[in-house]
Design a protein around this ligand. Sequence first.
Ligand code: DLL
Length: 431
Amino acid sequence: MIWEPQFECMERNELRKLQLERLQKVVERVYNQVPFYRRKFDEVGVKPGDIKHLEDLAKLPFTVKNDLRDNYPYGMFAVPMKEIVRIHSSSGTTGIPTVVGYTKNDLVTWSNLASRFITAAGVTSEDIVQISFGYGLFTGGFGLHYGMERVGATVIPVSSGNTERQIKIMKDFGSTVLVATPSYALYMAEIAQELNMVDDLKLRVGLFGAEPWSENMRKELEKAWNIIATDNYGLSEVMGPGVSGECTYCSGLHIAEDHFIPEIIDPETGEVKGPGEEGELVLTAMTKEALPIIRYRTRDITALNYEKCQCGRTMVRMRKTLGRNDDMLIIRGVNVFPSQIESVLMEIEEVEPHYLLIVDRVGHLDTLEVRVEVPEHIFTGNLRDLEDLTEKIKRKIDSLLNISVKVKLVEPKSIERSIGKAKRVIDNRKF
Ligand code: DLL
């Protein structure tokens, strides 16, 4: 078991001292090794020696995804290529992908940090872990894989897809832990139920992440699999999984603050916000050799809680993220996160947890259609009941969002299932 109380339970003043030392070192290093940072720091007139307090971090410019794209593929690396031992990359569905690299030491740090949240979720060397994240350029599969091995658990590297086989393996190999995106875990549960195999399984913990999921989705997954489900967060540009994760109290994700300094900013003005205030998460990766990153704008919306957790860890907790700034839909001037709608849908017993949001523009008016599956007996049942249910869902969503939406109940399995990150929104508007 990996439990590093010397870091995870550090007093705040000790932690701040360590962060300042590490921050000074990384700023010096990127200034000398990465032309992009030298240029950016020179533009705002900040030299590495100007970082005397942690608060001086705010003097440094932000780094954004496009900076990595502009320096595609290796321009942001701070070490020569011969020291890079692994490459990962973001999916690149929206333009040029971002490419990230790791040195040997980075891989050690990564597996250590992954093993922290794995341990915090209660996984031990007694566990048999089915990793159903995709292996490949996505950081999920490999990140969890090495973290689990570091803990000493038995890893089954199934990767994602071939869902019936997954369930058979889960049963035959006695998997006790499932690692997947929450949407894929839900799909797997559906198949396990169809095969009538849920009761034959030994699962006890689910480690989920890589996409937003609501508290109600957590309840759904915990019930479907009879497990405790924890949330884990990370992003390739900063490291991958291992940036933050929940302990078994599931009350916020502990950030590995000895490696990453979190800030919350107002996404419009860039101004730094205080504890508890909602805004965009900005991360500085202080210890990565290959790709240190300064004030990276994640686009993810959250808030920070500095109160000590019941588990004893002192590391700040970030609130479960509702989604990215980019996922936020603006419909008739109202901000809508898909996960808010998910939360409402999952509270309604008569519907299935599979939904899709379709946004359109009719004339100058934005429209939002919420498509959600209902079980066969409801779909083919009494038309009046179907209408009543449609109206009930519509009322709940309308009152949450303060806009009028269209609700369409659809037959079971008509919404495409995902084996990785789910696509919940089709936005047909032309901007
Ligand atoms: O998704 C890394 C990861 C893998 C995290 C496995 C956790 C588990 P990317 O593919 O670069 O990296 O996508 C990063 O996914 O900026 C968030 O918008 C979203 N995301 C990741 N974890 C969560 C989460 C991995 N727990 C982007 N909750 C991030 C909500 C998440 N969103």
